[in-house]
Design a binder for this molecule. Structure first.
Ligand code: HMG
Ligand code: MG
Length: 303
């Protein structure tokens, strides 16, 4: 039975997931500028930066400076991704509103990504949660929820166990990261059967990549199950430096167009957001990758 939410929070990941894999350094002012421009289109929730090793991900070395350049507006939530205690300290010092803590379902991906087994990263998360200041909104990311690039298909029951544990330990939401964009709606349905058995739907968010072109369909599957939090990236920017070949996140424009068609509120001007993303891509020599955005801009330009 469909349980579509009436309102959805779309978190904008373009300045973090969208940029983290790029070789050419995007200037700090351009990263802050992207967040500010997106905020003017109505976006309020940002997966803005990460506080990770600058040797592991040089593009994210300027997280604190990026946040310092953001014009704060009412209702804005700026998240920083933190892999360890050092990340937490930097994120708090930089004035984040929320943090994302992370593990993967598979050991091999987790070891390559954050140099820890799943068990080790869960222990790191436990410590971060015990130390994190009360005012922070905490999201727990589980990556490789359906497929690992190295170990193949993942067990939904195991993912559900990790999600439930994170909730027991105090995260405010669990985000299911489909890191390599390989899942179809059938995989997502099977995963959600197990996860929603153990975690209340209001605490579950989804983070889809679009490598196989399934991300909008997967988003619809999640909406059908009542999920009302999702990450997306303007212009379809994104990828993970430790997931070879993985494409960008689902394009925010494609998600917003879907939500508009379903009559689900989200608070963002989709055409204005498409314009921001297209300009950013042109300025930084990046491919603009939203079908809905291209079509909306073309029909607006036709008058
Ligand atoms: P490590 O080598 O085990 O860490 O890396 P370490 O504690 O041994 O420290 C090594 C060096 O890193 C030291 O510097 C530390 O100070 C420094 P040195 O003394 O050698 O000069 N360091 C740090 N610097 C800044 N901030 C920190 C930090 N921690 C250590 N927080 C570590 C472990 C986790 C640090 C590393 O592997 C790392 O930074 N990994 C991050 C990788 C990453 O950012 N991946 C992409 C994000 S995840 C993602 O995209 C998935 C997601 O989108 C969901 C999905 O799609 O599924 C969220
Ligand atoms: Mg991702």
């Amino acid at each position: 039975m469909s349980a579509l939410p009436s309102r959805v929070t779309v978190t904008e990941s373009s300045s973090r997931d969208g940029l983290q894999s790029l070789g050419a350094f995007v200037p700090t002012s351009a990263k802050s500028g992207l967040i500010n421009d997106l905020s003017r289109t109505g976006v309020r929730s940002f997966d803005a930066v990460s506080f990770v090793s600058p040797r592991a991900v040089p593009q994210m070395a300027d997280g604190a400076e990026v946040l310092a350049g953001v014009d704060r507006v009412d209702g804005m939530t700026l998240f920083g991704l933190v892999p360890n205690m050092k990340g937490l300290e930097s994120a708090v010092a930089a004035g984040v509103d929320g943090i994302g803590v992370l593990t993967a379902a598979s050991d091999t991906f987790n070891e390559r990504n954050i140099n820890a087994t799943v068990d080790e990263s869960m222990h790191r998360i436990r410590r971060i949660l015990l130390e994190a200041p009360e005012h922070l909104v905490v999201r727990g990311y589980v990556s490789t929820v359906t497929h690992c690039p190295f170990e193949g298909e993942q067990d939904p029951d195991w993912v559900a166990h990790l999600a439930e544990t994170l909730v027991e330990w105090g995260v405010h939401a669990v985000f299911l990261g489909e890191t390599i964009g390989k899942a179809t709606p059938a995989h997502v349905d099977r995963l959600l059967d197990d996860v929603l058995d153990r975690v209340p739907v209001e605490m579950v968010g989804v983070h889809f990549h679009d490598t196989y072109g399934q991300a909008v369909a997967n988003t619809m599957t999640a909406l059908d199950r009542g999920i009302a939090m999702m990450d997306a990236s303007a212009g379809g920017l994104g990828g993970c430096p430790y997931a070879p070949g993985a494409a960008g996140n689902v394009a925010t424009e494609d998600v917003l167009y879907l939500l508009d068609g379903l009559g689900i509120e989200h608070g963002v001007d989709v055409t204005a957001l498409a314009e921001v993303a297209r300009r950013f891509c042109a300025d930084h020599n990046l491919t603009y990758n939203s079908a809905a955005g291209r079509a909306l801009l073309a029909s607006r330009d036709l008058g």
